[in-house]
Ligand binder design. Structure first.
Ligand code: CDP
Length: 806
């Protein structure tokens, strides 16, 4: 109980509310090995399922001999597409309006595609069953190059779509065509290009990568044959959506399905979609009347679950000779793999790619995206970004550097000339987005000053001279990026998933002693929600954060929400939490007026309770009010202190930042070292500065990984290269550069506490900063553009192609 002598500031500090560097409460269990992940779920009589997968990227299935697998001791069932057809479950709907094979029927369309599900008493027997299964294939020509997918003689991949001329997003032009989508004003943009003094055009590939969370995907399904109740534990970033989809495709009533996302070891978009493994664990549990567990191994995760990027981008800018950008255009070939299982709001098959005018005041713009099928794994997801924003920001930020080069101008100066100005907010972009708030020039100026930009450029020029004089073999690159994210999906006018609007929710119950539990519709995968949502509620209700338990991920208890991805938790569920807290406070004020025997208008809020205006000693703390809510209420008021809020945001939030990377390259080996990486972020009101810093470190590390090393590649037969951590680059503390973080704080005008999302910003802004730095190093040597990933060997080859190595 606060003593009367405590000042407001002291009481405020005790709450550990918004702005406090509160230690992460969830880390007590994570750091001591007491997390509860899906593979920790162990049920009596539980069986294990494992997939037999295709060795080929494109082949016809001639015959499956189940008997060979059924002979393995411990194997109880072998399920194939033939078993699923009577249940109408051999295909499942995808989030993108396509269907995806749960088990391959007649054909396989990518290497490691699921062909049969083998259920056994233990994992070992299941794996032996997979080994023993005999499948006869007839190999077909694979299609691996998205740019050739629409050729007349390209192989036909999707036999199941034969004759289907309408896709989910308009007419289909070709057997491998999924959709063509465009935004902006094509004619006006053409006019801008016609009258421009300078134009640039470049092909920028954003290669296929994988989110690669530390924990792979998995599920445990338990169908109770007596009650008809299905309980499904799984690695789900959006548990409620999984419940609804499961109800729709299985016809099990939704109230009989309980979906639980326990602790999740990283998602980054990989755990948004629905995978065949989830479906098969449910089917197997229904068939065998026992709980069934399915857990992927690392190779399965990297080769079959949702990939990211694979965008083949052409970027164009039109500008005056002084460097004012007057038009922007971009065409994309999007490689969606064998099934369109991309995770985007229904209306946007290319996600938010049309944020690609970036942070600049560009009057006209046009973009178009063509989605195509190839013999690769499905599931394009936003790997730590809000629906293709990384691709969009890469496009504009590389393009700005290319334009600066063509104009022989400094990249920072060109950006400064074109940044949206503070007085232009709310700013409507050429694509129609309404950017909510920002002060871009200040962020840019602060960045350039912090790194002493002028001096860096002098150093760089000196190194160019030394290299050209033959006294040094080292060059230096300075990579800038100024990014704007669009996060917090989303306003229902823009965003839905399968027709469900993308709102989110918070329900709070304050117990008689002033302790509380709050449940939300989002689901942390390590972002620290148990810590930060309690901070929002502490500031709003005056109850200390450590008296508020945060719970997420159980559809039987949490209010409906659309889950966590696209940095939407703070912008949407965080707003719902603030508003639920305000509803609690509203009732508390009425109770306090009864306790203090004054009209509620005569009360004022003071940190953690209500006091009579002008009489700070005449007060009732929230703790006292909570007690009264259960035994001493105004006449006619219902007991209890609970509130629920469903929040449909009026707009997205637009966090932004200015990043700068300095690296040195040893030309003869292609080996680089990152000398400096400075990241200034603005995410509006900062809830927990320590968690924000952690989010930025993590996001920058993943940006570094993508730009400098990650690649999911294929050989000419469709063999996946890079499906293990021997080949796929996952940086450790050894490779990871040191990060310098900084911030400005311009609140969002429409969010109840002014907060914007932050989790993905560093990834979005980080990738182009690295790529610009590598490209910038070669600018003085005739380099124009070299593609990611910037591995040592790719850098070395590029230096050779420019004649810098004999
Ligand atoms: O949706 P997701 O949790 O991935 O992303 P987010 O909303 O950006 O939040 C990531 C973490 O940063 C959460 O723990 C937030 O509470 C915290 N955060 C913050 O402290 N202040 C902000 N303005 C934004 C996020």
């Amino acid at each position: 109980e606060p003593s009367q002598s405590e000042t407001s500031a002291e009481r405020s500090q005790k709450l550990e509310g918004i702005g406090c560097k509160r230690k992460r409460v969830e880390d007590i269990r994570f750091t001591q090995g007491h997390g509860n992940y899906v593979d920790d779920v162990k049920l009596p009589g539980m069986l294990f399922g494992d997939f037999a997968r295709s060795p080929y990227a494109h082949a016809r299935i001639k015959h499956i001999n189940k008997e060979s697998a059924l002979k393995v001791p411990g194997v109880l069932a072998v399920l194939t597409a033939e078993d699923l057809i009577p249940l109408n479950l051999h295909y499942m709907p995808t989030l993108a309006g396509d269907v995806q094979a749960v088990l391959a029927h007649e054909k396989v369309l990518f290497q490691n595609q699921e062909v049969a599900f083998i259920v056994a008493r233990d994992r070992y027997a299941a794996a032996d069953g997979v080994e023993a299964l005999e499948v006869e294939y007839e190999e077909l020509e694979p299609l691996l190059n998205a740019l050739k997918a629409l050729d007349d003689d390209a192989p036909v991949l999707r036999d199941d779509l034969a004759g289907k001329t309408e896709g989910a997003h308009g007419p289909r032009e070709h057997h491998n065509h999924i959709f063509t989508w465009s935004a902006g004003d094509e004619a006006a943009t053409q006019e801008a290009f016609d009258k421009a003094d300078v134009v640039i055009e470049e092909y920028l590939a954003h290669p296929r990568v994988h989110p690669c969370p530390l924990e792979t995907c998995g599920s445990v399904a338990d169908m109770n044959p007596i009650t008809g109740q299905l309980t499904l534990w799984g690695t789900f970033q959006a548990p409620h959506v999984v419940r609804t989809v499961a109800a729709l495709i299985t016809n099990i009533p939704e109230h009989k399905i309980r979906v639980i996302s326990p602790d999740i070891g990283g998602g980054f978009g990989n755990k948004v979609g629905v995978y065949p493994g989830y479906v098969m664990s449910v089917v197997a549990s229904i068939v065998l009347k026992k709980p069934v567990k399915w857990i992927e191994d690392r190779m399965e995760n990297l080769s079959t679950t949702a990939f990211a990027r694979d965008y083949h981008i052409t970027a164009e800018l039109a500008a005056t000779k002084e460097g004012k950008v007057i038009g922007m255009r971009s065409h994309v070939f999007a490689d969606h793999g064998a099934f369109d299982a991309c995770a985007d709001p229904s209306k946007y098959p290319a996600g938010m790619y049309h944020i690609c005018t970036g942070s600049y005041d560009i009057p006209t713009a046009f973009c178009s995206v063509k989605g195509v099928y190839t013999n690769k794994a499905p599931g394009g997801v936003s790997y730590r970004c809000s629906f293709r924003v990384t691709e969009a920001v890469y496009t504009i930020e590389r393009a700005m550097d290319l334009l600066a080069q063509k104009l022989d101008m400094d990249p920072a100066e060109l950006r400064q000339k074109n940044l949206i100005q503070p007085e232009q907010f709310p700013y409507t972009s050429a694509f129609g987005w309404e950017y909510d708030s920002g002060d871009y020039p200040t962020a840019m100026a602060k960045t350039l000053e912090a790194v002493d930009y002028k001096k860096l450029r002098q150093q760089q020029a000196q190194m160019v001279e030394d290299f050209k004089a033959g006294t040094s073999r080292e060059i230096m690159g300075v990579g800038l990026s100024f990014f704007t994210e669009v996060v917090g999906a989303g306003p229902s006018k823009n965003c839905d998933i399968l027709g469900i609007n993308m709102f989110d929710s918070c329900e709070i119950r304050v117990h008689p002693t002033g302790a509380a539990i709050a449940r939300l519709g989002v689901k942390s995968q390590g972002q620290g929600h148990e810590t930060t949502f309690a901070q929002i509620l502490a500031s709003e209700t005056g109850l200390p954060a450590d008296m508020i338990t945060i719970e997420e991920g159980d559809t039987d208890t949490a209010p409906y929400g659309l889950g966590t991805y696209g940095s939407r938790s703070t912008p949407v569920a965080g707003a719902a939490a603030a508003r639920a807290g305000r509803k609690i406070k509203h009732k508390a004020q009425l109770i306090a007026s009864h306790l203090l025997e004054v009209h509620h208008d005569d009360l004022e809020w003071d940190v953690d309770g209500f006091a009579i205006k002008g009489m700070p000693d005449k007060r009732r703390s929230m703790k006292e009010i909570a007690w009264a809510a259960y035994n001493n209420l105004p006449k006619g008021m219902e007991p209890g202190l609970e509130a629920v809020d469903y929040y449909d945001p009026p707009n997205f939030t637009f966090p932004y930042g200015a990043y700068l990377c300095v690296l040195r390259i040893d030309v003869d080996t292609g080996v680089y070292s990152v000398d400096r990486f400075y990241a200034l972020d603005d995410c509006g009101t900062r809830i927990n500065p320590m968690i924000i810093e952690g989010q930025i470190h993590g996001g920058l590390t993943e940006a570094f990984a993508v730009a400098m090393g990650q690649l999911i590649d294929f050989d000419e037969t469709g063999n996946i290269l890079g499906a293990s951590l021997m080949d796929f680059f996952l940086p450790t503390a050894v490779e990871t550069p040191k990060w310098e973080t900084d911030h400005t704080e311009v609140p969002s005008p429409h969010h109840p506490i002014g907060a914007k999302g932050v989790g993905e910003s560093p990834h979005v802004g980080g990738v182009p900063a690295f790529s610009n730095a590598v490209n910038d190093a070669f600018r003085a040597f005739g380099g124009v553009h070299t593609h990611m990933p910037h591995t040592h060997s790719n850098i070395w080859n590029y230096a050779r192609s420019l004649g810098m190595i004999d």
